[in-house]
Structures are given as C-alpha cells and as structure tokens.
Design a protein around this ligand. Structure first.
Ligand SMILES: [Zn+2]
Length: 209
C-alpha cells in the first residue's frame, strides 16, 4: 500500500505540530482507500482533546468517537484513515507505545496509518527540505513498515479536499481559536457517541462501499 496526502491535510498537520515544540500533539487523518490502486488517500486532518508529554501523546477516546461520527454524518465516501502525532526534536519512528496505539487504530480502521512529524528543524529554518515526516503501518507479520507517501496531485481532488478541509478548519476552531487541546468537533453541545458504536457504523459503511 502507498499513501497520498493532499496539500491542505499535510498543511493542517504541520501547522498543528508547529503549535507546540515542547510536547507531542496528535490528531486524526480523514480520507479514503482506493482498492484497485492500493492507495490510501489522506484528504483532511482533525484534532481534539488529548493528553501529552514530551514522550507520548494520547487522543481522548471521545475525540476519536466524535471525529468518526462527524465523518460518518458529514463526509460521504470518506473515513478515518489513521492518526498523526509529532516527535518534536527526535527522529521519525514508532515507539513501543505508538506501536500499541497503531495496532488499536488498525483494529478499528483496517487501513489505518500513522503519520509522524518532527517539526523542530522546519520551525527553525522554514525551509521545505527540513520538513520531516513519515508514514508507518504494521504489516501482517506485526512489523512496523514505512508507507511510501507522495503529495496528492489530482487536480479535482486537490480542489475538493481543500474546500472540504477548510470547512472543517472553521468547525474545528469554533469558539477556541488558540487552544488546540480544548477544541470540540461537535457543532452542538451534545455528548459524543460511544467509540464502539461509531466503529460499528464505520465498519458497516466500509462493508457497503
Ligand atoms: Zn511517537
């Protein structure tokens, strides 16, 4: 499997990882899997409540459920296709904790990938060559493998993912422009559904597609 990430999605991820160079930050990737080409397309990224230190980051289960539910209701044809997190100042790999996290994502979303970003050099130089990110997943043998990733170039999809992704920026930043940790994906103040119920719906949707 290869991955293709569209500009707005990687832009949002980079922007989020640059927002905190002391702690890890994390979020979810939204996109679709193209079966015939064996390509995972990443169209968008969202974030929400999380716990983090300099050595690990953990996305709140309600955040995952709320995001998955939001995608189900608002993005026909798109799914949660993985997660991203930053390794500020250390190299690009999956730690032991990350591997456990990634296994859980792959159980929930079969094609899930892990995008890891180190924003520190880029924060200093603002040169594109210092922008460090890699995409990983766990193969059938349980080993971590790198997923070859390119930036999306399909014109129609660049436009569509940008228009859709900008909508989610506004939703994401509603009411709390600077405090990424406290952003709610929900439009209303309703409680997010349970993760297991959303995952079930997700799998039904995937089975139909
Ligand atoms: Zn990590």
């Amino acid at each position: 499997m290869r991955a293709r990430i569209y500009p707005l999605a990687i832009g949002k991820v980079i922007k989020h990882t640059l927002s905190n160079l002391e702690r890890e930050v994390a979020g979810l990737l939204i996109g679709k899997y193209l079966k015939k080409k064996d390509v995972l397309e990443i169209w968008d990224a969202v974030t929400g409540a999380q716990r983090a230190s300099s050595g690990f980051v953990y996305l709140d289960e309600n955040t995952i459920a709320a995001a998955a539910d939001w995608v189900l209701r608002n993005r026909p044809g798109l799914y949660i296709v993985g997660w991203y997190h930053s390794h500020p100042g250390f190299s690009l790999f999956l730690s032991a904790i990350d591997i456990e996290t990634q296994k859980r994502y792959q159980m929930m979303f079969p094609k899930a990938v892990a995008l890891v970003v180190d924003p520190v050099d880029y924060a200093r130089t603002r040169r594109l060559r210092d922008l460090k990110f890699k995409v990983f997943r766990i193969n059938r043998k349980g080993k971590v493998v790198q997923v070859r990733t390119t930036i999306g170039i399909h014109r129609g999809k660049v436009l569509e993912s940008t228009i859709q992704g900008m909508e989610l920026v506004e939703l994401k930043y509603l009411g709390a422009p600077r405090r990424v940790e406290e952003i709610e994906i929900y439009e209303e103040s309703s409680l997010p559904p349970s993760l297991s119920s959303v995952i079930k719906k997700f799998k039904e949707k995937l089975a139909r597609s």
